[in-house]
Design a protein around this ligand. Structure first.
Ligand SMILES: [Zn+2]
Length: 316
């Protein structure tokens, strides 16, 4: 029984939501949880952490705190740590379903990233919420938002706004206005640009990934995960109908968050894909970033044309 509580064996529809997790515990049992010392478990939804393990009628359980909530799972093995518990589940084949595997990968990634993030922030002198979003003077709700990856390097060049859209002489400005906005019959005054990762480091993410031996996509994903609340808040403020993602990692991340079938950017660049992020429908229009565009003109050379065609269909 998929919806059965692993402690009281009653079925609980709320368990459907966390189907990727084994040995889950229902709401009623959850309410009885205490810490090792018998107190009500503490939980910090902002930081996704809380007491572990917890005990329900004396049965050891581990709580997975994530995305502002938690999943409680019964531990039949008496593991010494949350991580040992997941390892045990994995070797027992209990995290074997595709969704379970994804969940395990995701939690490992988020865990690794959270820890790394705190270290990386100090090590590479991260500056938070920098650079500030670019806000076109004529932007209207229901319009278009361009989502870049990260704030890049803060010490070498002067970046005053996301994607340097306040600087007509910058190559980014030229790329975005000529090869993305112009085919859509838009100007920078009509759009907003923000970054998925709301941090700037003193070196590039590519270098950090290399030096820290973290796969680049994992690094971006992890940092994006930690910036996600902030990102969603901005979306609900700007209320765009269209979102242009710049680069594969940003596109990948939003697809994962929306839970849609994964499309490689090569196949779907400059064509609209409908996604829903936390009940907000968006039309996502993946584009490549400047460097990729310049280096792989053969592959992406019809981006301008595709955008033009798409805009015609949308009557933008
Ligand atoms: Zn129960």
């Amino acid at each position: 029984m998929k919806n059965e509580c692993s402690i009281c064996h009653q079925s609980d529809s709320s368990l459907m939501r966390d189907i990727g997790w084994p040995n889950r515990v229902c709401r009623i049992c959850n309410a009885k949880a205490v810490t090792e010392t018998g107190e009500t478990p503490n939980w910090d939804s902002m930081d996704d952490c809380g007491d572990n393990p917890v005990f329900i009628d004396g049965i050891k359980c581990w709580r997975r705190y994530r995305f502002g909530g938690y999943v409680t799972m019964r531990d039949s093995y008496d593991c010494v740590s949350e991580e040992a518990f997941y390892d045990k589940l994995a070797t027992e084949g209990l995290i074997g379903s595709p969704s379970g595997k994804r969940a395990l990968q995701e939690l490992k990634m988020v865990d690794t990233m959270k820890e790394s993030y705190r270290n990386l922030k100090e090590k590479y002198q991260a500056r938070k919420a920098y650079p500030p979003d670019f806000r076109g003077t004529d932007y209207k709700k229901g319009g278009l938002v361009i989502v870049g990856q990260d704030g890049g390097i803060t010490t070498k060049s002067i970046v005053r706004k996301v994607l340097m859209l306040d600087d007509e002489d910058s190559s980014l400005y030229k790329y975005v206005s000529q090869h993305i906005l112009s085919p859509l019959n838009l100007t920078v005054d009509q759009i907003i640009a923000l970054n998925l990762v709301n941090l700037s480091f003193n070196t590039s993410l590519a270098r950090i990934a290399k030096w820290e031996s973290i796969p680049f996509d994992d690094l971006v994903n992890g940092l994006a995960e930690l910036s996600y609340d902030d990102f969603k808040e901005k979306l609900s403020k700007y209320k765009p109908k269209y979102v242009i993602t710049l680069g594969q990692p940003v596109f990948q991340f939003l697809q994962r968050k929306a839970g849609v079938t994964f499309h490689p950017i090569r196949e779907v660049f400059a064509t609209g894909i409908e996604i829903v992020l936390d009940n907000d429908p968006l039309i996502c229009l993946p584009c490549v970033h400047m460097r990729t565009y310049n280096v792989n003109r053969k592959v992406y050379k019809d981006q301008d044309n595709r955008l033009r065609k798409w805009a015609l269909n949308q009557r933008l």
